[in-house]
Design a protein around this ligand. Structure first.
Ligand code: MN
Length: 398
């Protein structure tokens, strides 16, 4: 059996007008959602996500059920945002740990994650971060475009590349956790992790005087450090722990692949058949993995380029990979000849972006920068006003 005890707290912080974080925790599921969106939309997204993950996971308490629960929540938030004008643009992070049951009946912890809320594991006073932030600056660090120090102060460090309710399809990070009795897991929204450094998190979260007190001191310290955002914390401690028979660590899009069937009592006369089947399955897995990796590499990124004088967004690598050419996924409506000259040149040699959302934001930014430069030119010069809006068309490569 795997069993945990828990404590949790969510706090509005010192600056925000409302708490757009939501959390839920019981004997099998711990989840935090950090909602975003104008008016009350962030609260709606977070509450909707928590409700649906809870109810879906309760009916199917497996890894597949947990991933499906996040996808169900994603669809519900996308549909609500589409059907309710005041909810346009809303979304939420989701970080959840659940005690999932595998095919052997073994109960073990599984982590699912979308966004920039975090999970940490604590053992013997040491802290280990289990999640990658899905933010523009952190993705750039992983691509090698920024150093961690540059990312910490980058203006796009809070811009998410993935969120629940943002797009129809969603990539969900899934990982089986190996825990020992006495280990703790800390789940938190960025209102905690932005305010406290890792040493402070480690010290407060492993304090020996009980989970409730540890949670209270984490929230209180985040407020002392500024409390600039909503703060949510869940702390669980394992009394007993199992290790799953079919561990998983991957990002899942769409339906999760079935876990490999492991037979615990193979019968002798079926041995050859089993080996043959295993060999064929292994061969199939290698071929599938090869195509999967090539396809992933080919379509893992987006870029901005010109399409007939209009800024367009392409998914893929600019020159294609093997038999996967780049695919145009959106035309922004912004004209290439309405760009600052440096930006137009950058666009001609294509501008990489980690996600569709960030590509759209960047196109919008480029257009705004040009508009702003026009206003500055107009207001500082009384003689020339519209010298840039000539009829010349710039067409870049694409
Ligand atoms: Mn937040």
């Amino acid at each position: 059996m795997t069993r945990w005890r828990y404590a949790a707290q969510t706090d509005i912080g010192l600056v925000r007008q409302s708490n757009q974080d939501a959390l839920y925790v019981d004997e099998r599921l711990a989840i935090i959602a950090d909602g975003m969106g104008g008016h009350a939309a962030g609260e709606v997204a977070a509450a909707l996500a928590i409700d649906l993950v809870r109810s879906t996971f309760r009916t199917t308490p497996s890894v597949e059920g947990l991933v499906d629960a996040v996808q169900t929540a994603n669809r519900a938030v996308v549909e609500d945002a589409r059907d309710t004008p005041e909810h346009f643009g809303m979304g939420t992070t989701v970080i959840a740990v659940a005690l999932t049951t595998d095919r052997e009946g073994i109960v073990a912890p599984t982590l699912v994650h979308v966004g920039d809320s975090r999970a940490y594991q604590l053992r013997d006073g040491a802290l280990r971060q289990l999640t990658d932030d899905h933010s523009v600056a952190e993705e750039w660090v992983r691509m090698g475009r920024l150093t961690p120090a540059e990312a910490a102060v980058h203006p796009r460090r809070h811009q998410l590349t993935r969120g629940v309710g943002v797009e129809e399809t969603i990539d969900i990070d899934v990982a089986s956790l190996v825990v020992h009795p006495g280990d703790r897991l800390l789940l938190c929204s960025d209102g905690l992790s932005n305010e406290l450094d890792e040493d402070t998190l480690a010290r407060l979260a492993s304090a020996p005087n009980g989970l409730e007190l540890a949670v209270e001191s984490l929230v209180a310290s985040a407020k002392v450090a500024g409390g600039r955002d909503n703060i949510s914390v869940i702390l669980v401690e394992f009394d007993e722990a199992n290790v799953t028979a079919s561990p998983i660590h991957r990002t899942m899009t769409g339906a999760p692949p079935p876990a490999a069937r492991t037979s615990s009592t193979p019968r002798r006369r079926r041995w050859v058949t089993w080996r043959l089947v295993a060999a064929l399955v292994a061969l199939g897995a290698v071929v599938a993995a090869f195509f999967g990796v090539v396809h992933w590499y080919a379509y893992s990124t987006y870029y901005l380029s010109s399409d007939g004088g209009v800024i367009a967004i392409y998914r893929g690598q600019p020159h294609g990979v093997l038999w996967y050419p780049p695919v145009k996924v959106a035309a922004t409506g912004y004209l290439v000849n309405e760009l600052r000259p440096g930006d137009a040149a950058a666009l001609r040699s294509t501008i990489p972006e980690p996600s569709l959302t960030s590509a759209l934001h960047y196109a919008y930014y480029l257009h705004n920068a040009w508009t702003l430069s026009q206003q500055v030119a107009t207001s500082t010069s009384t003689t020339t006003t519209t010298s840039v809006s000539s009829g010349s068309t710039t067409t870049g490569g694409g």
